[in-house]
Ligand binder design. Structure first.
Ligand code: MTE
Length: 325
């Protein structure tokens, strides 16, 4: 692992989320020499914005737009759809933000989702059947990436608690481990053996049951585009965006804490909890503020990304854990 001479967080905040992050991405591309990181040029390369991408013919199209749940008010305008659908992190399709075209190679039908591990009755369910069983709603959430940018996105989906209820975990289950598809033929980066594919993330069962945990099937009143994680992804808005795993194929209930993709790559920088906290810098840059994607605005980052009233209680008694990395 590379020993760095200069750390991103020692730079002014404005530089830490642009040049330093960008340069580190370059090093990552040179074969993990720099140690892995989530990074990328902020807004760079957005001049050629592609139009929003249409999803494949969708038997569920009639479910959109869903009724908005007004319980989660927002303090800023929605991000323009053209930004949220063309500035993406989906490393299976490439290390840059502009993977929206490449991601169209993903076939999202049929899409089998396995629910297994410590559950009463393991099952495999087709995504369309699952979505039809659930009551879809729209929620506008802030979405804060660990890299220091944020968006505000109207997601459509259903509470993750409903999936936990469907799974009926055994008393011994403490975590939900989630896994993204594995298909190196479709996703070129998965051919690189030195990354720990498939992408994995995890939540405690209490987090998964928290009312904010949302399984997303759509955005902006339509089916989710592939680059945003179709057909099913997580939105856990009080955590850094890398927890919000895309294109999920498996929910495994387990007693043991899962090790996520980023944690496997660089545990010193990316941990299990990854809750947003402006006072705890990433080892290489500040988390005090964020750039609002699609604007020139920079705002102070909010503790728990502004969702403390819903989630702070989850972490009582866990103060000794690395809750903010
Ligand atoms: N899920 C998978 N499978 N692969 C990824 O590369 N990137 C994560 C998360 N989920 C990622 C993923 C990161 S780093 C972020 S910030 C969000 O997805 C980005 O979601 P968005 O592109 O919809 O904004």
């Amino acid at each position: 692992m590379l020993i760095r001479n200069k750390r991103g967080w020692e730079l002014p905040d404005s530089a830490a989320t642009s040049e330093a992050v960008f340069n580190d991405r370059r090093r990552l591309l040179k074969g993990l020499a720099a140690g892995p990181m989530l990074a990328g040029p902020i807004l760079a390369g957005l001049g050629h914005l592609a139009p929003a991408f249409a999803a494949d013919a969708d038997p569920l199209a009639g479910l959109y737009p869903a009724r908005r749940n007004a319980r989660y008010p927002i303090d800023r305008p929605l991000t323009d759809e053209k930004f949220s659908t063309t500035y993406n992190n989906f490393y299976e399709f490439g290390p840059d933000k502009s993977i929206s075209r490449e991601a169209q190679a993903l076939k999202v039908r049929p899409w089998a989702i396995k629910i297994d591990g410590l559950v009463e009755k393991p099952m495999t369910i087709d995504f369309d059947d699952l979505a039809k069983r659930m009551s879809l709603e729209e929620r506008v959430y802030r979405h804060r990436c660990v890299e220091g940018w944020s968006m505000t996105v109207p997601w459509t989906g259903f509470p993750m608690a409903a999936l936990v209820d469907l799974a009926r975990p055994l008393g011994s289950a403490r975590y939900v481990r989630m896994e993204t598809f594995m298909d190196p033929q479709t996703a070129p980066e998965q051919r690189k053996f030195f990354y720990p594919w498939p992408y994995v993330e995890g939540l405690t069962i209490a987090e998964a049951r928290n009312e904010l945990s949302f399984l997303v099937t759509g955005l902006y009143g339509k089916t989710a585009p592939k680059q945003n994680g179709a057909p099913l992804r997580l939105a856990a808005p009080w955590k850094y965006g890398f927890k919000s795993i895309k294109s999920i194929v498996r929910f495994e209930f387990a007693e043991k804490r899962p090790v996520s993709y980023w944690e496997k790559l660089q545990a010193s920088e990316y941990g299990f909890w990854a809750n947003v906290n402006p006072e705890v810098p990433h080892p290489r840059w500040s988390q005090a503020s964020e750039r609002i994607l699609g604007t020139d605005e920079r705002r102070p980052t909010l503790m728990w990304n502004g969702y403390g009233e819903f989630v702070a209680d989850l972490y009582k008694g866990l103060e000794k854990e690395r809750l903010f990395a």
